[in-house]
Design a protein around this ligand. Structure first.
Ligand code: FMN
Length: 176
């Protein structure tokens, strides 16, 4: 039996109780058996990007990130906006992808879970940065699905049926 394609989920928030991570956990929860969905742990463990360190042997957390991207059939991002742009910790993660080729031409999309009218700066920056990394943006899978803060269940997964359905659709579109 062939190994199911792996979909890599990247959260831009390192906050416990993050709505963005809750949305990604929910994507994993609603994923069909035909996919293996992996939430990348540890953006906070990455060292600050330094071109001097961007060579073999890579810092272990960077090597793990690049290996995960390499293995992935597609990447799905969910990030908050801080001060009109991407959180520094997530920009740091993306900076570490530039020196590798793993993300080049990788089907990639994002979900904006901010309230209507919010988070556009993060989306715009994400589009710019992903352009530099060479990721292949899957436009129909880049959507806005507002998630009200604090609506995850005790397992950290969102319970709203409509939100769950829309998240499942994103996964379908990204992997179509
Ligand atoms: C320091 C700081 C700056 C923020 N700046 C913005 C902003 O510029 N635009 C926006 O829409 N939301 C902004 N927010 C709100 C966050 O994006 C929001 O709290 C989001 O839910 C955090 O995501 P998380 O729940 O996944 O951690 C900011 C929050 C913080 C703490």
């Amino acid at each position: 039996m062939p190994t199911p394609p792996m979909i890599l989920l990247l959260s831009g928030s390192v906050r416990s109780g993050s709505s963005n991570e809750a949305a990604l956990r929910t994507v994993r929860a609603v994923a069909p058996d035909r996919l293996r969905v992996v939430l990348h742990e540890g953006p906070a463990e990455l060292p600050h990007f330094n071109p001097d360190d961007d060579h073999d042997p890579l810092p272990p957390a960077v090597a793990r990130l690049r290996a995960a991207i390499d293995e992935a059939a597609a990447v799905l991002i969910c990030t908050p906006e801080y001060a009109g742009t991407l959180p520094g910790a997530f920009k740091n993660l993306l900076d570490w992808t530039v020196g590798g080729t793993e993300i080049c031409d990788k089907p990639t999309a994002w979900i904006n879970v901010a309230a209507p009218g919010r988070g556009h700066g993060a989306e715009a920056t994400l589009r710019t940065v992903l352009g530099y990394t060479g990721a292949r943006i899957v436009e129909p899978a880049c959507v806005r699905i507002p998630v009200a803060p604090g609506t995850a269940g005790p397992d950290g997964v969102l319970t709203d049926v409509g939100v769950r359905e829309r998240l499942a659709e994103v996964l379908d579109t990204l992997t179509a």
